[in-house]
Design a protein around this ligand. Structure first.
Ligand code: SAH
Ligand code: SF4
Length: 417
């Protein structure tokens, strides 16, 4: 792979005041209005009833709204033309379906896109900012979504782990990340196309979702569950559950619940094959050690060769990257339909690790491969816009300019792939 020696960084600032900017780009979420995005059908029905929709009409209205929000992707009540003007007015007065503000959109030279989104304050809190990353690949496009602002866990190699936990994202805010990406990538049908026209599933830009942004999704279980059930709802966004992957550091009780109540694909941030080292790298291991974690994996429903668990393994030089570690990894995963994702460590200023040498990563991968496991080495994407794992951050935690330049230089020099 070539080092990204010519950094091409394109920052688009979206002019939301221009008259021709489309309604769905306008940042107009008002904090005092409840968003209808992310509500279950039942909650949507209750919201409609609260503004006077008669009970016998509620189901029909819920169906209409669901279609506008999740098939058509509209972000303005005025576009819902089969809903009476009166009702649209009442909805407008009490609720919002507007998108969050897009503070910044960056496009990497390799096509990766990163959005910085600002969500309005909740209660007495302050607005929060969240990054969402889109990674186009041959035949698919993956959106990396955040579940929390910050993280309560303190994995030692992860930049998010050094940040203060600010709050959980709501189901609506988790879904908003997908809706904004689909807006910006042109994945929703144009507002003017006849009713019922939808983008065919095979022409979509966002084909896969990974819950691998900021935060530990299983520490925000209810909201993540609700968002993913809406994302996979066949009458709406219609993403197949096999194309949604939830990554966890290993919150064992919620792994069981994920299998039973959400049914998406599972990824485990393993990173070490011995409890002693994992206690240090992924401290939640002290609470749920390897044996309990792997038992939960074995019990995950629907596992097969076609539906494997992904084990993520960050390659840290001299820490977890020996061939002995690779052999132990193979032994540990015996009997679990698994794929092993080797992730080159992404350095950040102040981190005390180095990425393993490329030859070491390849030898490690070969050994794991020979044992019959697919072990792709995850190619770092969007490095010129700092879009990689462990580097998503909130605005309040942004690197100072000098730190940022240092980090970019480090990545180009030391880990230039
Ligand atoms: N909290 C969840 C999901 C978010 S992290 C989890 O831990 O699984 C997504 C993936 O990126 C995890 O496997 C995480 O361990 C990995 N990661 C974090 N920081 C990294 C870094 N600096 N370099 C490479 N991978 C990193
Ligand atoms: Fe949190 Fe995941 Fe980072 Fe660990 S790796 S600190 S669980 S975001």
């Amino acid at each position: 792979m070539a080092a990204p020696n010519a950094l091409i960084l394109m920052t688009l600032t979206i002019d939301t005041s221009s008259p021709d900017s489309r309604a769905r780009l306008r940042p107009e979420a008002l904090p005092e209005k409840t968003s209808l995005i992310g509500l279950s059908r039942q909650e949507l029905g209750e919201a409609l009833a609260s503004v006077g929709v008669p009970e016998r009409q509620v189901r029909m209205r819920v169906r209409q709204l669901w279609h506008w929000l999740y098939v058509r992707g509209v972000s303005d009540f005025s576009q819902m033309f089969n809903i009476s003007k009166e009702l649209r007015g009442a909805l407008e007065e009490h609720f919002t379906v507007a998108r969050p503000e897009i503070v910044e959109e960056q496009v990497s030279e390799d096509g990766t896109r990163k959005w910085l989104l600002r969500f309005p304050p909740r209660g007495a809190g302050r607005p929060v900012e969240v990054e969402t990353v889109y990674i186009p690949e041959e035949g698919r496009g993956t959106l990396c979504i955040s579940s929390q602002v910050g993280c309560t866990l303190t994995c030692t190699f992860c930049h998010t782990g050094t940040q203060r936990m600010v709050r959980n994202l709501t189901a609506g805010e988790i879904l908003d990340q997908l809706l904004v990406a689909r807006d910006r990538l042109g994945d929703f049908p144009d507002a003017n196309t006849p009713d019922g026209a939808i983008v065919p599933a095979d022409g979509r830009k966002v084909t896969n979702i990974v819950m691998m942004g900021m935060g530990e999704p299983l520490y925000n279980f209810e909201n993540v569950k609700q968002a993913l059930l809406i994302a996979s709802d066949g009458e709406g966004l219609s993403l197949s559950k096999r194309r949604i992957t939830l990554s966890t550091s290993g919150v064992v009780p919620e792994i069981y619940r994920t299998g039973e109540e959400i049914g998406v694909m599972l990824a485990i941030s393993l990173h070490a094959v011995r409890d002693e080292l994992r206690d240090e790298l992924v401290p939640i291991n002290k609470k749920y050690p390897l044996k309990e974690l792997l038992d939960a994996c074995r019990a995950y429903p629907g596992l097969s060769n076609a539906r494997r668990i992904t084990f993520e393994y960050v390659m840290l030089k001299g820490v977890n990257d020996s061939l002995e570690d690779a052999r132990e990894l193979v032994r540990l995963l015996r009997g679990i339909p698994a794929k092993i994702n080797l992730i080159p460590f992404n350095p950040w200023p102040g981190s005390s690790y180095e990425c393993s040498d490329w030859e070491q990563i390849e030898e490690f991968a070969d050994l794991v491969n020979r044992a019959g496991y697919a072990s792709p080495i995850r190619t770092p994407r969007g490095r010129d816009i700092l879009a990689a794992c462990g580097q998503l951050k909130s605005q309040s935690e942004r690197l100072k300019r000098t730190e940022r330049l240092k980090l970019e230089a480090m990545m180009i020099a030391g880990h230039g792939e």
